[in-house]
Design a protein around this ligand. Structure first.
Ligand SMILES: *Cc1c(COP(=O)(O)O)cnc(C)c1O
Length: 474
C-alpha cells in the first residue's frame, strides 16, 4: 500500500478556508520560513487512504481477538455515542467548574460505581493506562510510609506470576523488587513468609494471576503483609473474571488499579487512549492525585489537597474514556456486571475443555477468564513452536493469542476469549486449534512458513523490531 505522501499530488485540497478578513500582520519572526511538508490530498483521497489502511489491520470489529491478559472485548457503540454528546465533547478543561457541573457529576458517579465494584472508599481517574495506575498506587504507598517516617521500607514483593508491568512500576517509584516463586501457579505462603520483614513496603498481586488462576491464599497474603507493616496493592486490570462476584476491598487490599480499556469495554490497542482508574481505602485516600472532586450540597468543585502525591497527568485524565466506561456500567447494572464475569469465565473454560485433550494446559484446573497452554511437548513431538501455531491462526482469520507470556511457562499461549463472543465463535476457535494440531502432527502443512494465505507472509521479526521504518523518508 502507498504511503499518504506517495498518494499526494500537488495542489489537491480537502478544505477551502474562507479568505482571512482579519486586519492583522503577524510578526516576521513567527512566520514559517519554508513550506510545511504536508501531503496534499482531497477529502475523498484522505477517506480512501484511511479506509485502505484500516483494511490492512485486524480489530475486535473484524473477529475474535483472544489476546490473553488484554481483554479485547467488543466495544459497544452506545459508549461512543454517549461520549460524543455535545455537553461532554464540546467542553474545555479550563472552563469554570460552574459551567461543567454535569461532567463532574458523571465523573463522581463513575467513581461511586468503581468503588462499589471494588469495595474501596475512593478513586481517581487521572492515570492514563494500567501501568500508570500501578505507578500512581506505588507513589501513594511510598508517601504513606514516608509520612510515618518508616523509611526503611524500600522493598515491594512481586510473585513471579504477576503482570510484567508490576516490577517496572515499582522500580520506577524507587522501590527494590523481591520476586517470590509461585507453587502450582499460585502464591505460596511459605515463600511469602520467607521474605517478610520491616523493610517491606508492600506487595503487588495480580488476581486472577497471569496463569488465569484465582489466588487461593488471598486473605492470608494480605494479612501477612499487613502484619509486617506493609500495604497491599491489587492489580485489577483483569477484573473481568471477578467483578460483581468478589471485591478486592474485602480481600484486604489497600489500593488497586483497573483498566477501563479492558474490563470496562473502552477501546485499546491502537483504538485507545486508555484509563487506569485507581481505587483506595481510607488509609491512602489523602494521597490521591490532585485535584479531588468534592460535592457540597449538590455543587461540584475540584479541590487540591496538601497531602496528595501531586498530579500524574494534565487535568483530570482521559475524561471521555471514563464516560464510555460509565455508560457500560449503567447499561449492565448490578446483575449485568456479575453476568459479564460469569460468562468470561465460562467462555475461557469452554475453549480450554474443547482443546485440552490435544494441547497441554500449563495448570490443568478450572480457569478464570483466561488459560495458558504449554506447547513444550507439542514442540518436541512436531518440531513446531507456539509461534508457528500463532502464525497459522492468522491464516484462519483469527488474531493470535498472547505468546511466550507468562515467562514461567515455556512455549506459552495465553488465551482469553472474553464474554462478548458467541458459542458459534468459540466452537470455530476450537475447530481451528484442532485442525492446526492435525496439520502439525501429519506434517501436511509447514507451519514454520505460516501465515501462507495473507498478503504479507512471515516477517523478519528481529529486523522489524530493531530497525523499524516508522517515518517517511527515513
Ligand atoms: C494490561 C495489564 C496491565 C497494564 O495495562 P496498560 O494499560 O497496558 O498499561 C497491568 N496488569 C495486568 C494484569 C494487565 O493485564
Amino acid at each position: 500500500m502507498k504511503l499518504v505522501y506517495e498518494t499526494s499530488t500537488k495542489d489537491h485540497k480537502g478544505l477551502q478556508l474562507p479568505k482571512c478578513d482579519l486586519n492583522y500582520e503577524l510578526d516576521d519572526k513567527y512566520k514559517r520560513k519554508e513550506k510545511l511538508n504536508l501531503p496534499e490530498l482531497s477529502e475523498v483521497e484522505v477517506v480512501r487512504h484511511y479506509t485502505a489502511l484500516s483494511k490492512e489491520t485486524y480489530s475486535v470489529d473484524d473477529g475474535i481477538y483472544p489476546l490473553g491478559s488484554c481483554t479485547m472485548k467488543y466495544n459497544p457503540k452506545l459508549n461512543e455515542e454517549v461520549a460524543s454528546f455535545e455537553g461532554f465533547s464540546q467542553v474545555h478543561p479550563l472552563q469554570d467548574v460552574s459551567t461543567v457541573q454535569g461532567c463532574l457529576q458523571a465523573l463522581d458517579l463513575a467513581k461511586k460505581y468503581v468503588c462499589t465494584i471494588t469495595g474501596m472508599d475512593n478513586a481517581s481517574f487521572q492515570p492514563a493506562a494500567g501501568a500508570h495506575g500501578e505507578f500512581t498506587c506505588m507513589m501513594m504507598i511510598k508517601k504513606y510510609h514516608e509520612e510515618r517516617n518508616d523509611t526503611k521500607r524500600k522493598k515491594i514483593i512481586i510473585p513471579d506470576s504477576a503482570h510484567g508491568t508490576n516490577p517496572a512500576s515499582a522500580t520506577m517509584c524507587g522501590f527494590e523488587t523481591v520476586t517470590i516463586k509461585s507453587e502450582n501457579g499460585i502464591v505460596s505462603m511459605e515463600e511469602l513468609n520467607k521474605v517478610l520483614s520491616d523493610e517491606i513496603a508492600g506487595i503487588m498481586l495480580t488476581n486472577p494471576n497471569t496463569l488465569g488462576l484465582y489466588e487461593k491464599e488471598i486473605l492470608n497474603i494480605t494479612k501477612a503483609v499487613h502484619d509486617c507493616g506493609g500495604l497491599a496493592y491489587y492489580d485489577g486490570a483483569n477484573l473481568n473474571a471477578v467483578m460483581g462476584i468478589s471485591r478486592p476491598g474485602e480481600m484486604g487490599f489497600d489500593c488497586l488499579h483497573l483498566n477501563l480499556h479492558k474490563t470496562f469495554s473502552t477501546p485499546h490497542g491502537g483504538g485507545g487512549p486508555g484509563s487506569g482508574a485507581i481505587c483506595c481505602n481510607k488509609k491512602l485516600e489523602k494521597y490521591l492525585p490532585n485535584p479531588i472532586i468534592k460535592n457540597e450540597e449538590g455543587i461540584y468543585t475540584f479541590e487540591n489537597i496538601d497531602s496528595s502525591i501531586g498530579k500524574v497527568k494534565d487535568f483530570y485524565g482521559n475524561f471521555t474514556v471514563v464516560l464510555k466506561a460509565l455508560t457500560y456500567m449503567l447499561r449492565l447494572g448490578n446483575n449485568g456486571i456479575r453476568e459479564t464475569s460469569e460468562n468470561a469465565v465460562l467462555n475461557a473454560n469452554y475453549i480450554m475443555n474443547g482443546i485440552k485433550d490435544l494441547y497441554d494446559v500449563a495448570i490443568d484446573e478450572v480457569c478464570m477468564h483466561e488459560f495458558v497452554l504449554d506447547l513444550s511437548r507439542f514442540k518436541k513431538e512436531t518440531g513446531f513452536s507456539a509461534l508457528d501455531v500463532s502464525k497459522r491462526l492468522i491464516d484462519y482469520g483469527i488474531h493470535p493469542p498472547t505468546m511466550y507470556f507468562p515467562l514461567i511457562v515455556k512455549e506459552a499461549l495465553m488465551i482469553e476469549p472474553t464474554e462478548t463472543e458467541s458459542k458459534e465463535t468459540l466452537d470455530m476457535v476450537i475447530d481451528i486449534f484442532r485442525k492446526i494440531h492435525e496439520e502439525a502432527y501429519s506434517k501436511s502443512v509447514d507451519l514454520t512458513k505460516a501465515p501462507l494465505n495473507t498478503k504479507y507472509g512471515r516477517m523478519d521479526e528481529v529486523t522489524s523490531a530493531r530497525n523499524p521504518r516508522l517515518k517517511y523518508g527515513d
